[in-house]
Design a protein around this ligand. Structure first.
Ligand code: CTP
Length: 408
């Protein structure tokens, strides 16, 4: 099809989409030539930044909105979800009440489908109500201009940029779509912080200007706690969490939102945690470990846990973090706690968390190493590896020693 205005850019986005995503979109273009289907949000933003995200977000305009074909009313959401699974295998779940569907395709791609809708807020900070609408109204309710870009699939590939999101993306600026955006939903500040820390974006002056009114106690009291909590946990799970924490403090958000100031100790503890997290591949442990550190330095951790309805086990784990137990099992049974413990008490962690059974001279003799100075040398190297956290168990130490012996 001939390129529309900005067709070249649309083509560029297309070319940056992963092959699997392109195949899915080609099928949709063929099956829905009448149009009204758009790629939106993070998928478009990340493609423009040259980084492929893991999922695909699509918005479908209700037929009654985008064309006067009301006699043709069909539930395209349900239909498209089924078709995707028919074409590529996989499974889907439909949430009729929300007008959304999540499809997990056979080759691993997750596709989120949503009917275009507009939101209205019964009162500031409340969870919004939604009703079906056009793509323009759907984009207009979003958080930042860079997230309000869309790619129209048919009748031709076109970029939809109603709020100058392309220019902001170029300048790496986070600009809310309207002056009450953060007051309506203060969790958007956290989303911005996450994007700023992850992608090196900055808050535009208008964004900075609306933060103070959005973190007033009466606004936060009305705000959805579960959204704030979810955004905080997502932030703690990112590789750039330490930067995000600094930004929260700089923007004056950490204190009113989470009841904690910009304590340099928290930042130091976050920084000390970084290398420790590199030895675990459990994303849940990273979130939990950082949360433990926040709680440890929080003036009222119990209040914080209650306010954000976080699991009670954090309070229990926190006690072991503050008053280290004699038994390492008390620490090990809490996800993330051993990592937080090592970041806070490196000396103590060494003897508490190092496995009791350690490599000994006898093990080396059994390996066939003759008695002599070599034994002491190997034992010393194993101890150093233990200090660096490279060997975490007796089995690790045995293997490490075997390598040393065979390399010698
Ligand atoms: N959104 C919003 N306000 C929120 C949450 C989400 O306006 N409190 C909008 C954003 O514009 C976002 C879209 O809803 O683009 C979808 O949200 P989500 O799926 O959480 O984000 P993604 O676009 O997938 O991007 P990311 O990679 O940042 O998660």
């Amino acid at each position: 099809p001939p390129p529309g205005p900005r067709g070249n850019l649309a083509q560029q986005i297309w070319e940056r989409l992963p092959r699997g995503v392109q195949e899915v979109l080609e099928r949709i273009q063929q099956a829905y030539p009448e149009g009204g289907i758009y790629v939106v949000g993070g998928t478009v933003r990340d493609a423009l930044l040259g980084m492929g995200g893991p999922d695909l977000d699509l918005v479908l305009e209700p037929l009654t909105v985008f064309a006067s074909q009301s006699n043709h009313r069909r539930n395209r959401l349900d239909e498209l979800a089924r078709q995707l699974v028919g074409w590529f295998g996989g499974s889907f779940g439909l949430h009729v009440a929300f007008g959304t569907a999540r499809v997990k395709l056979g080759f691993g791609l997750e596709v989120d489908l949503a009917e275009a809708r507009e939101e209205y807020y019964p009162h500031p900070g409340a969870l919004p109500q939604v009703r079906p609408s056009s793509i323009a109204r759907d984009l207009e309710r979003r958080d930042f201009t860079v997230n309000a870009l869309a790619l129209r699939l048919s009748p031709r590939l076109e970029i939809v940029d109603l709020f100058d999101g392309l220019a902001d993306l170029e300048a790496r600026l986070l600009r809310p779509l309207h002056p009450l955006s953060f007051v309506e939903d203060p969790s958007r500040i956290l989303r911005g912080v996450r994007l700023a820390a992850r992608l090196g974006f900055r808050f535009a002056p208008e964004a900075l200007a609306q933060i103070p009114s959005a973190v007033q106690p009466e606004v936060l009291a009305q705000a959805s706690k579960s959204r704030l909590r979810d955004e905080l946990l997502l932030t703690l799970g990112e590789a750039s969490a330490t930067r995000a924490l600094g930004l929260l403090a700089e923007l004056g958000v950490a204190e009113p939102m989470f009841g904690m100031g910009a304590s340099p100790q928290v930042r130091e503890a976050f920084a000390a945690l970084e290398p420790i997290l590199q030895t675990t591949s459990d994303p849940e442990a990273a979130v939990a470990a950082r949360l433990y550190l926040l709680l440890h330095f929080h003036p009222d951790p119990e209040g914080f846990l209650t306010r954000y309805n976080l699991p009670r086990r954090y309070a229990e784990g926190l006690r072991h973090l503050r008053f280290p137990p004699e038994d390492p099992d008390d620490i090990r049974k809490f996800v993330g706690l051993p990592e937080a413990f090592r970041a806070l008490h490196p000396e103590r962690a060494l003897w508490l968390l190092t496995p009791r059974r350690m490599l000994m001279g006898r093990d080396l003799l059994e390996m066939g190493l003759p008695s002599g100075p070599k034994i002491g040398e190997v034992l010393r190297k194993v101890a150093e590896a233990r200090l660096r956290g490279e060997v975490l168990s007796y089995e690790d130490e045995l293997e490490f020693a075997r390598k040393l012996v065979s390399d010698a």
